[in-house]
Design a binder for this molecule. Structure first.
Ligand code: ADP
Ligand code: MG
Ligand code: MG
Length: 912
């Protein structure tokens, strides 16, 4: 049987279906599906992703059967429309559109009005009696085709601002300015006719090729450009950020044109079946009368609102589609309902009205803010559209970041005066220094600067810069513009269509309506929820997710599904309280050394230094006695806050040299206190210096050399817990030994633990003093010897930062020199310090757990590295059977949701 490379849709001959997404791409599959649902879709056909794969496997050649299959499919479209491709009397025009398995907004280019030539143009005029329209279509074709096919498709990379599209756009703008026109619609037929002639001349001069006058050349040129664009720089960049595999490939959709630019009874628009910013169950969209294709998205004119709900600051005065074309609007509402019932999710749709007749051009699962995602999931559950499992799986754990991220301090904001207001396209607050090109955003951010990217509008070329910026601010474009769409997808603070600002001619500053000028590098603050822009750095405050009833409902559902417990890494009562508010069920890592850093650490740190600098055990014990009350108080405060929840307390971990003072005054005080001379002290400091401190005298090794240090800490823990217990509280401490490599080390420390427990118990007159004794597993040897280690340890906590460091032999502090190269060249798929290396480090973890549980079936197992808050790593922890993950307080909700996803077996299939 001959391979089938082309699938027709519409024209009562639809061959594809929604299930064929991998083969037809999201756009093609959904066009076919809509046609099957009886929704009006202009007929067309899809060239499959297999052709894309073939094309790249065969040196950019098509399969030999393709040409005849395309011709046959085009024949079906001709029959359905009653027009013929290339026919000078009655020409069929088509659009050529890309469409990958997953939508990549704005990444692949579309060419409209293909098939229009000097010859067929006459037919189009005769047919429609509308010369202005025909020339408008033609000038659009020349603009799009020369850019997408003749320049980008040919791999030409013009200098910044020298691209053919920019040049032609500038021509168009100049003509409008000369004529004094406010917008494109005022261009007359003769304006456009002259423009087309000049455009074609410019194209020939600039690109060294004439604009193709053969409709078939245009057709194949555009198809080839779509396939070529799959490996274009921007598409590759976007896939890298979104982790879309290169081998998926794109399909090509060829579709009969319908025209929204035929006059005042025609329009084009974009809509969302629900509000993508808030999640509210209300139809939301924008449209433009007498316009085509991307006019709405490109922000050429201020789009008008679909209905009253869609009105915003900029469009308040414009008539709604509901008012202007009530019949078409009603039909659109009907389609909206049909699509939501069909896909059970919010859809992003494109439509065109040609002489009052409505056509659907696309539908796909719509991007939404995190806030909206949560609300939609809960609403759709209540509406009976989806079940609880689906609701939980609908929200990507990382989308919660947005609900947990800071916003501008409302107090400070109420006192500040905004210099401008735009459309709130991506919520939250952001503070950064203004930069005006994507390139600068990337460069400044790489130097560690926080930047806000300010542009007139963004284009796909800007995605990398948008990604690196704290926020994006555009002076043009609506809620469905490129900037809004992309920022929404990433949960990034974004304000668009901010007509109150004007970007300077120098491209390095903007002027606000009130006259304030913001130059490159100046600080600005954005409120993406209200659309307000401020000069300077406004303070940011933490978000209040618990105040959002949809979030609370969703998290409750998630907690019902998950098997993993979620703890937090916290060292202070304040962090602990925050983590409890975010749903933490305990502390998985309490670092005792924290009390020696930061606020209030002066005195304990001084005492610790005394301990470190002591030269005899006696001297050291005296210093430890002085330090003891601080450690006890510190532990007790956190145990009290965590009442009834486990707190894993890790004994002193860092190499002692880290605590040695550097400045003279501090050294002098220490020398005086110890009653030794400065040279002698310096000698002791020198003796502590190590070549590889990370592999040196730290963790349990300190406790072996100085058992009195372990003893002091354990006594502090037992006394703190014992006193709380005696006062009727329920402390649940767990003592954790760091940097273990052999069970003998543990046995040594366990003897101290048992002895001190007995002493404190009888001292406080307590019958019981419950406390688990366990260890971190962060050295490969410890994982391998999990079997004998579990004979002593009652729990394992995988310290995946060190475990990764030691398994790879990568120094965490030195990876900057080579990791970027490893990622760029694909030697490593991801930074192993962010996402667990499941193959290597993961195997050690799985092995350690299996061996440990073989010895002690009830062994409690958790993870306390940074990975505990990374959704992919959480999934992994679930699969290997851990009891809990522990992460920073702010990541707790993300881990809870990820754990639920893990229990529900993987994320939901992405929409198109
Ligand atoms: P994207 O994937 O970037 O949304 P599309 O392929 O959907 O790109 O096309 C870009 C624009 O062209 C959209 O506004 C779409 O509605 C319009 N368009 C595409 N095909 C047609 C057509 N056959 N008739 C009219 N407009 C079309
Ligand atoms: Mg596009
Ligand atoms: Mg589209």
């Amino acid at each position: 049987m001959m391979a089938k490379y082309v699938y027709v849709f519409g024209a009562d001959a639809t061959e594809g279906s929604a299930e064929m997404r991998d083969l037809l791409g999201g756009k093609g599959a959904n066009l076919a599906d809509m046609a099957r649902l009886g929704i009006p879709v202009p007929p067309g056909f899809t060239i499959t992703t297999e052709v894309c794969a073939y094309y790249y496997a065969h040196g950019r050649q098509y399969p030999p059967e393709l040409a005849s299959q395309v011709e046959a499919a085009l024949g079906v479209v001709e029959k359905a429309t009653g027009r013929r491709f290339g026919d000078p009397e009655n020409p069929l025009l088509v659009s050529i559109r890309s469409g990958a398995r997953r939508s990549m907004p704005g990444m692949m280019e579309t060419v409209l009005n293909v098939g229009l030539t000097e010859q067929t143009l006459r037919g189009l005029i005769a047919q429609t009696g509308n010369e202005r329209f025909a020339y408008d279509a033609y000038r659009r074709l020349v603009m799009m085709y020369s850019d997408v096919v003749m320049e980008k498709g040919a791999g030409i990379e013009p200098a910044e601002g020298k691209g053919i599209r920019r040049i032609l756009d500038a021509r168009l703008a100049a003509l409008k300015a000369r004529r004094g026109y406010g917008s494109d619609v005022e261009l007359t037929a003769s304006d456009l006719k002259a423009l087309v002639a000049r455009f074609k001349k410019t194209v020939r001069e600039r690109l060294g090729q004439p604009f193709p006058e053969d409709p078939w050349d245009q057709l194949w040129g555009a198809i080839g450009a779509v396939f070529a664009s799959w490996m274009g720089k921007r598409a590759v960049e976007y896939r890298r950020i979104e982790r879309i595999p290169d081998d998926w490939g794109t399909a090509v959709n060829v579709q009969a044109m319908v025209f929204g630019n035929m006059g005042d009874d025609s329009a084009t628009g974009v809509a969302f079946t629900r509000n993508p910013a808030t999640g509210e169950n209300a139809f939301y969209g924008e449209y433009l009368i007498n316009a085509q294709g991307e006019d709405v998205v490109a922000g050429i004119r201020t789009p008008a609102p679909l209905n009253a709900h869609s009105r915003n600051e900029q469009s308040r005065h414009l008539p709604t589609l509901e008012e202007v074309m009530p019949a078409a609007y009603r039909e659109l509402v009907g389609i909206r309902d049909k699509l939501e019932r069909r896909y059970r999710d919010m859809q992003d749709i494109e439509f065109t009205i040609e002489r009052r007749k409505l056509y659907m051009l696309q539908c796909r699962t719509g991007k939404r803010t995190g806030v909206a995602a949560v609300r939609m999931a809960v609403d759709m559950l209540d509406e009976g559209l989806i079940d609880a499992r689906t609701a939980v799986r609908r929200v990507d754990p990382l989308q919660l970041v947005e609900l947990l991220l800071p916003r501008l301090d409302p107090q400070a904001e109420s006192k500040a005066t905004p210099i401008a207001t735009g459309l709130p396209a991506g919520p939250g607050g952001a503070v950064g220094r203004a930069v005006f090109t994507a390139h600068d955003a990337v460069e400044w951010a790489s130097r560690g600067e926080k930047v806000i990217l300010v542009r007139e509008e963004t284009s796909p070329e800007d995605v990398d810069g948008m990604h690196k910026a704290q926020a994006v601010l555009t002076s043009k474009g609506g809620m469905t513009s490129h900037a809004a769409l992309v920022a929404r997808g990433w949960g990034k603070c974004c304000i668009v269509g901010c007509g109150d600002i004007e970007i300077g001619r120098d491209g390095r500053s903007f002027r606000a309506r009130g006259g304030q000028v913001v130059k490159e590098g100046d600080w600005i603050s954005l409120n993406g929820t209200s659309g307000r822009v401020y000069v300077g750095q406004l303070p940011l405050v933490p978000a209040d997710p618990e105040g959002n009833p949809f979030y609370v409902r969703l998290m409750k559902l998630a907690d019902g599904f998950r098997k993993l417990h979620v703890r937090t890494n916290a060292d202070t009562p304040k962090d602990a309280a925050q983590a409890i508010a975010f749903g933490a069920e305990g502390i998985g890592l309490f670092r005792t050394e924290h009390m020696f850093y930061g606020e209030g650490s002066e005195e304990p740190l001084f005492l610790l230094r005394k301990v470190i600098m002591s030269s005899t055990e006696e001297e050291r014990r005296r210093a430890l006695d002085e330090l003891f009350p601080y450690v006890k108080a510190d532990v007790k405060a956190t145990l009290a806050v965590m009442d009834g929840r486990p707190v894993t307390i890790r004994l002193l971990d860092p190499p002692l040299h880290e605590f040695v003072p550097h400045d003279r005054a501090k050294l002098a005080r220490l020398a005086e206190e110890l009653g030794i001379t400065m040279p002698k002290l310096r000698k002791r400091v020198e003796a502590l210096r190590e070549t590889n401190p990370m592999l040196g005298h730290r963790g349990v090794r300190l406790g072996i050399t100085y058992p009195e240090i372990t003893e002091m800490q354990i006594r502090a823990i037992f006394e703190a817990a014992g006193e709380l217990l005696a006062s009727g509280k329920n402390p649940i401490p767990e003592v954790m030994i760091p940097v273990t490599s052999t069970v003998r080390e543990l046995d040594h420390q366990k003897a101290i633990f048992d002895r001190v427990r007995d002493e404190v118990r009888s001292q406080l007159g307590l019958a019981e003093l419950p406390c688990l004794f366990g260890t971190m597993i962060e050295i490969p040897r410890a994982a391998l010897r999990g079997g004998d280690i579990a004979a002593t340890a009652e729990f394992f906590s995988f310290g995946t930062n060190d475990l990764t460091q030691m398994t790879f032999g990568f120094s965490r502090d030195d990876i900057g020199g080579f990791l970027p190269d490893y990622l760029r060249s694909g030697i490593l798929p991801a930074d192993p310090f962010q996402t667990i290396d499941q193959d290597g480090v993961g195997e050690l973890i799985a092995l350690g757990i299996a061996r440990g549980r073989a010895t002690r079936p009830e062994l409690e197992v958790g993870i306390c590295g940074e990975h505990g808050g990374d959704p992919e790593s959480v999934m992994f922890c679930h699969r290997v059977g851990m009891d809990y993950v522990s992460c920073s307080p702010f990541r707790v909700p993300i881990a809870r949701l990820a754990a639920a996803h893990a229990a529900l077996a993987g994320p939901e299939e992405e929409g198109n």
